[in-house]
Write a protein that binds this ligand. Structure first.
Ligand code: MN
Length: 501
């Protein structure tokens, strides 16, 4: 218990420590006598998972639930007993983890199918903390996978690669995504793993001196320019991510500029831009390789500035600039955001929540009827998502196959109701056009309300736009019926008037 607490970098209150102590003893007792495949006591697994989770999300009920996550499934102790001892919140989290364990995932080449499964996974868990527990559980199992039979290893590793690491990525938890990927990569594609590893090692031998030299010179440059920074570190690309990039570049490693990169950590956003300015003053930047993810964060909340510069003798180096808070968030993702807001820090200090998670949460909170909820889930969630931009650079997260009409209503209903045309990437386009990844879409608005036809309904893919169009069409029909009624009434009045006369 003391080692467990020491392994988590967080100061718990006496009350919190007491709860964790109780969960620790309860779990230890419940699993007594059970062994893991490597001969260790079974309880080392929930403790291991809980320590992993504690690194990024030291929330007491969640950690207690992690210590107890296999109890109802694997021991004689029931969920009711846990609820009596630890309360509703802990019991609900454990129940969520158990439920999620019953969802079976079949591997598939169809990437939409796999993506749908990921969404099903998220939808089933209902509470982000359940996913965090499940991911920590999987990471600990992956770290200790060598003791299970090879065939089972392959199956678990494949599932990790298809399901768990992409979800960790979507939630912005870079540290977990990277580790899950590399642990699985080694098992699922052993030959490719070894080849990539060899390639990386050769490259590191060649360029390590280069990196160290550049690190020194960058530090010197920043100090002479009087620009504040906290540290400059080297980072080496992860094997699985290098392997995927190599596939895209047909194995040509000379085309990959970010195998090694330097990372400059600063205290403030303003310092990030000052660092960028100083670097570009002293080192020639490679054109079109400056990416400002601070101004435009990635959909999962990732923030950083990336630039690539020419070094001496034509070699090339990527440099990533971010604040210490951004760095922390890149590692901990949604967990950092949630924990900070719980601690009472200002909401806007964290990265934005991935919008599809926020949407899903909102749906759970909203009082919608189950049929409608399922319809929306089907339409919006069981497809891949695309990310498109407004001219001002705001990101809209839409389902694959979405059209300009969906985009307009996603920005603002009023914009949808007054749309007369659109430009995609600066070119005139039809409002029925399908959007592609990273399109910049500008809606041309008219002063008068648009004439909305049934064609709009057919072209709209999101339930948001469809509901608004349906609403308009219903109102419109009602208007016509009303006018017909009024006319008849008038006829009647006129008739009566004439009769009287
Ligand atoms: Mn487990």
């Amino acid at each position: 218990m003391q080692n467990f607490l020491k392994s988590i970098p967080h100061k718990f209150t006496a009350k919190e420590e007491q709860i964790l102590q109780k969960a620790f003893e309860f779990g230890n007792n419940a699993h007594k006598g059970q062994k893991r495949k490597n001969g260790d006591d079974y309880f080392t697994h929930p403790v291991g998972a809980s320590i992993i989770l504690g690194q990024i999300f030291p929330d007491t009920p969640t950690l207690a639930a992690t210590l107890l996550h296999d109890v109802p499934e694997d021991t004689g102790m029931s969920l009711e007993t846990i609820e009596k001892e630890f309360g509703k919140e802990v019991a609900r989290l454990i129940d969520g983890v158990t439920q999620l364990g019953h969802v079976r995932f079949k591997s598939s080449k169809d990437k939409y199918y796999v993506e749908n499964l990921r969404k099903l996974f998220i939808a089933t868990s209902q509470d982000i903390r359940v996913i965090l527990i499940k991911l920590a559980d999987r990471l600990h199992n992956m770290r200790t996978i060598e003791f299970i039979p090879p065939e089972k290893q392959k199956k678990v590793a494949m599932e990790t690669l298809e399901m768990y690491s992409p979800i960790a990525g979507r939630l912005g938890i870079g540290a977990w995504k990277d580790e899950l990927e590399d642990l699985s990569f080694k098992i699922v594609f052993p030959k490719e793993f070894e080849e990539t590893k060899k390639l990386l090692e050769d490259e590191l031998k060649k360029r390590n001196e280069n990196l160290k030299d550049m690190q020194k010179r960058l530090g010197h440059t920043l100090r002479t320019e009087g620009i504040k920074y906290l540290e400059i570190t080297g980072r080496v690309k992860r094997l699985y991510s290098l392997y995927n990039k190599l596939k895209r570049y047909k194995g040509d490693i000379s085309k990959i500029y970010d195998i090694m990169a330097l990372r400059i950590i600063t205290k403030s956003t303003a310092d990030c831009y000052a660092v960028l300015g100083a670097i570009h003053k002293h080192f020639q930047p490679v054109p079109n390789r400056i990416k400002d993810f601070i101004a435009t964060p990635k959909p999962n909340g990732y923030q950083s500035i990336h630039t690539t510069v020419f070094d001496k003798n034509g070699s090339i180096m990527e440099i990533q600039i971010r604040t210490d808070l951004m760095h922390e968030e890149a590692e901990r993702g949604i967990a950092a955001h949630w924990f900070y807001s719980e601690e009472g820090k200002p909401e806007n200090s964290g990265p934005m929540k991935p919008s599809w998670i926020a949407e899903l949460q909102a749906w759970h909170e909203e009082d919608t009827n189950p049929d409608e909820y399922l319809e929306r889930l089907k339409i919006d969630f069981f497809r891949d998502r695309i990310f498109v931009f407004t001219p001002k650079g705001d990101i809209k997260d839409l389902p694959h196959g979405a059209t300009v009409i969906d985009f307009a209503f996603a920005v603002h209903s009023d914009l949808g109701y007054h749309m007369m045309g659109a430009k995609i990437n600066g070119k005139m386009a039809s409002i029925y056009d399908e959007l592609s990844q990273e399109d910049v879409v500008e809606i041309i608005k008219s002063k008068k309300p648009a004439t909305i036809s049934r064609d709009w309904l057919d072209a709209a893919k999101t339930s948001g736009a469809r509901n608004k169009i349906r609403h308009y069409l219903n109102e419109h029909d009602k208007g016509i019926i009303q006018r017909v009624k009024e006319l008849k009434l008038q006829d009647f009045k006129i008739a009566r008037f004439f009769r009287k006369k």
